[in-house]
Design a protein around this ligand. Sequence first.
Ligand code: GLC
Length: 504
Amino acid sequence: MSEWWRDAVFYEIYVRSFADSDGDGVGDLAGIRAHLPYLRELGVDAIWLTPFYPSPGADHGYDVSDYSDVDPLFGTLDDFDALVHDAHALDLRVIADIVPNHSSNRHPWFENALADPSHPDRARYVFRPGRGDGPPNNWPSNWGGPAWTKDEASGEWYLHLFAPEQPDLDWHTKQVRDDFDEILRFWLDRGIDGFRIDVAAALYKDATLADEIEPFPASKFSTDWRKAVDQPEVHDVYRSWRRLVGEYDNDPVLVGEVVFSDPTRMTPYLRNDELHMAFNFTLLFQPWDADGIRDAIDTSRAALGEVDAPPTWVLENHDVTRLPTRYGGGVEGLRRARAAALLLLALPGPVYLYQGQELGLEEVDLPDEVRQDPIFHRMKGERIGRDGCRVPLPWENGPPGFGFTTGAPWLPIPDAWDAKTVERQRADERSTLSLYRAALALHDELRGDLAWHESPPGTLVFDRGDIVCAVNVDGAPLALDRTVLLASEPLDDLLPPGAAAWLR
Ligand code: GLC
């Protein structure tokens, strides 16, 4: 059994926005396949594909209407097979996103459940009578409003932690478990190297449907305060999935979206017979502050060390504001994001990059009329949504398609990204793309555990074997007494604030 994932660098592909092969303005599997050499050249080990299954698209694929096929928008099963084949030939593993918490409301299971309350498929979902005229309890949807929608025909309500188009499956029903075993096997038999599990801590809800305590906090970590989720039964599912993936000799992995601000709550999911990895967002939610960053690193490592699981490191994904923007935007935001790249890639354990992070892309401030995220439409005013981090990648110079598409991109690509294209950055050795490529080329040389050095306030310095990673977050210029292998900024003898270097 190989533990290839323990130090692997994963690259998240948001399928709609990576590369379009047929000119419809939406990315697809053939587009990804054509750009695999780019990912090989970049130096990542594995790709994670966001959902490409048939979906009405209420949440761009996170509302699945058939778990064992490819949406025609993204291609065919043959395209999937060809993609996996070519990726493997380039020594790139491929993991798929599985969405077990909810289906689409247009999945035949839910359509049957709505059409006939006595249909066995009704038990796959959480239909309950209301309380008086209202829903069965006070649970809110993550995206505003109640987590319940009334089925007018029967008078019962169905549960949806996300949009009403995403009814939650009832994992207490055995058929649901059996179906997902079959779904996992379907993709494993086609050669997939693992699964990213959407909303992994929420599959089981408190069966008593007890009310949540009000007022609800406006926390980023919505699973933190919900008593209804993180139920003990879910661990049995992950133990059985771990056994299931263990039957395949390509060492497939399970990575859960288990979102808690306190990393000790992740540890039960990472016992050695459960998930291999869970996303650790502690670093992602840290501002650019040396003490906070060090604390996020130390608490994650201590918590997961208990179960001998490596923390994963993540700074961006398809749900959060792009890093340079979070770090203040403009020249300074990008400078910090470049320094953070060297920090991220120096940490021991799996790293997850999000497409475009290697280009230093900023969040795009899109006009309201082009926004598509259901969060924007459901919570207008309160939350702007995630479209701004999902703008298609600029491959080549020249609007409007920027080499992403020969048609009109599904979200407009800003003209200013002419300076950010892969074409341009490839030719510039000081570009963010070149920095990522150089760091990934050295990544295998960072071995061994992390050992902190004493360092002045506002700085972070640690060893990985014989390589030292020095990050000057916002301290005084830091003297460097070794040979610089790689730096996020051109350096003299001193490392200025907002810069990082790897030294030997
Ligand atoms: C996860 C996904 C997000 C999706 C949600 C509902 O958080 O990352 O994009 O909207 O689950 O499936």
